[in-house]
Design a protein around this ligand. Structure first.
Ligand code: RVP
Length: 514
């Protein structure tokens, strides 16, 4: 059609103006694809696959462990923010990696000589919510199971040996019995053993090799019924990412030791992606941080940003990033364009970045400005995934205070460049010294609130449904086909008004959630 153009032709025609989501619409195409037949899976690197292309933003009012767990359970991934101590961030990642798992291949165990008090201290230090632990000797051989009911202050002076169930009373499966589908094997076991909630796996020498819990198995088998595929690593653990800044020494150079120490601790807990997350990623400092991490951790998925130019994408790709965050100024709480006068409307930025990313063989993440699932579909015609802050900040899984205003419930949502967030640690992201208490700095974000929303499960079900509808309209079975089949046209201001509900009084029926 002369009207609806593929990306290259469309953006060439519009080279004089920067566009964003609402400026355009996508043309429908002949389709043999129903929405439910579409598969929006994506990858952020060769090793990091997601079942849905949605990432929760590394912001201190969006992603901590609860959000990351919910995101991965729904097939996406969360990036734990860095406005907390390194130790706390490592703990948060550990919480996600230990949360729900088909088979926990490396379960936390205790030694027979420990006192219950030490077990309680360990749980506290690591933030574990579970309190049942296998008991093993120095060689990892299974000696028994310490039940949760024995892990109480009242028994703090007892030893694990005194409190545990001995080996002969502990149910186990051999690794060889798990061949094929381990979840199905565990499911059968729990069916046959009424009242048993923990199942240990041992090798031929009776060394501990894994642990199943009934609640995990129920969650997983329940999920597969709902057709939600959680995002997991090769050991069946949920995926989790974490953000770092590009830390500097007082002399202003990248603090290599601090960065390496921090990332090493995250990697030891099994983090799946590290994002070097700053407001301006096309800088010497971010390039150096990415190069350093790539050199030390060759197989680790590295995300870096943010940029809005082809040169910026190439620069970070050459430094070793796998996925590049694109977006300067589109965020709902972002004032960079007003304060600094820079930044590019998001759709044009994504187009420019996507062309360079294809050449460099890297992925791009559309970061900021997504306000509805239609924006996600538009973004995914150019990007490999979208990153959301505001759309998730009202969920109960997001951190942050809930407040009541005029009888309605709201949750705090603030930019990482807002004054309060920068005081809490994110100043370096905006190129300021981390000790800004007395300095005069220009905030590039606002503090705001979002109405409290449904849970992540429900919110993401709507977004994923929207993405799949969009794919159905374009006749695209998967995201590569969506990219290929996308045809764009600009919309007039009247066209934009026409796109949203108009000339009606909207009523809300509450959906019943089972
Ligand atoms: P949004 O989803 O539109 O709420 O935008 C979230 C994004 O905004 C973040 O992922 C980040 O890139 C950007 N951000 C976060 N803080 C600020 C700021 O204070 N300027 N901007």
């Amino acid at each position: 059609s002369v009207f609806y153009k593929p990306a290259d032709a469309f953006f060439r025609d519009n080279a004089q103006v920067a566009l964003t989501y609402d400026d355009i619409t996508l043309a429908t195409r002949y389709s043999e694809v129903l929405p439910r037949m579409t598969n929006p899976e994506t990858s952020l690197s060769e090793s990091l696959q997601l079942s849905v292309p949605i990432v929760s933003a590394d912001m201190d009012t969006v992603t901590e462990s609860r959000m990351a767990i919910a995101m991965a359970n729904n097939g996406g991934i969360g990036l734990i923010h860095y406005n907390m101590s390194e130790r706390e961030q490592v703990k948060q990642v550990a919480r996600v990696k230990n949360n729900i798992h088909g088979l926990i291949q490396d379960p936390i165990s205790v030694k027979p000589g420990m006192h219950i008090a030490e077990v309680l201290d360990m749980m506290d230090a690591k933030g574990f919510k579970f309190s049942t632990f296998p008991v093993v000797d120095e060689s990892g051989k299974l000696l028994g199971l310490l039940p949760g009911r024995a892990v109480k202050q009242r028994y703090r002076d007892r030893t694990v040996l005194e409190a545990m169930q001995p080996r002969e009373q502990v149910f186990t499966l051999r690794q060889s019995q798990l061949e094929g589908d381990p979840i199905a094997a565990a499911d059968r076991f729990f069916n046959d053993h009424l009242g048993i909630h923990k199942l240990l796996v041992v090798d031929d020498g009776d060394h501990l090799a894994g642990l199943f819990t009934l609640s995990d198995i129920e969650r997983i088998t329940g999920e597969s019924r709902d057709n939600v595929k959680p995002a997991r690593d090769s050991q069946f653990r949920l995926l989790c990412g974490a953000a770092v800044s590009a830390p500097r020494t007082p002399e202003g150079i990248i603090d290599r030791d601090k960065l390496l120490g921090h990332v090493t601790a995250l990697v030891e807990e099994g983090v799946d992606a590290i994002a070097v997350s700053t407001a301006h990623g096309h800088t010497a400092g971010v390039g150096e941080a990415v190069r350093l991490l790539r050199g030390e951790f060759p197989g680790l998925t590295l995300i870096a940003g943010n940029v809005t130019s082809g040169e910026g994408v190439r620069f970070l790709a050459e430094a070793g990033a796998n996925a590049i965050k694109v977006g300067q100024g589109p965020g709902s709480i972002c004032t960079t364009r007003i304060v600094a006068g820079v930044g590019i409307p998001q759709l044009t930025a994504l187009y420019v970045a996507s062309r360079e990313a294809a050449k460099a063989g890297v992925k791009i993440i559309a970061d900021g400005g997504i306000t509805k699932s239609g924006d996600m579909v538009k973004a995914l015609t150019l990007a490999d995934a979208v990153m959301c802050g505001g759309l998730l900040a009202g969920c109960p899984e997001a951190p942050g205070k809930i407040m009541e205003i005029n009888g309605k419930l709201y949750k705090q949502y603030r930019g990482m460049g807002s004054l309060e967030a920068m005081k809490a640690g994110s100043a370096a992201r905006y190129g300021h010294s981390n000790n800004i208490r007395n300095a005069k700095v220009a905030a590039e974000g606002v503090e705001a609130v979002k109405e409290v929303s449904d849970s992540v499960d429900q919110v993401l079900a709507q977004f994923i449904g929207g993405i799949q509808s969009g794919m159905g309209y374009l006749g695209a079975r998967n995201l590569p086909e969506l990219r290929e089949r996308a045809r764009y046209i600009r919309v007039s201001p009247a066209g934009q008004r026409e796109s949203a509900p108009h000339d009606v009084i909207e009523v809300k029926t509450t959906q019943e959630h089972s």
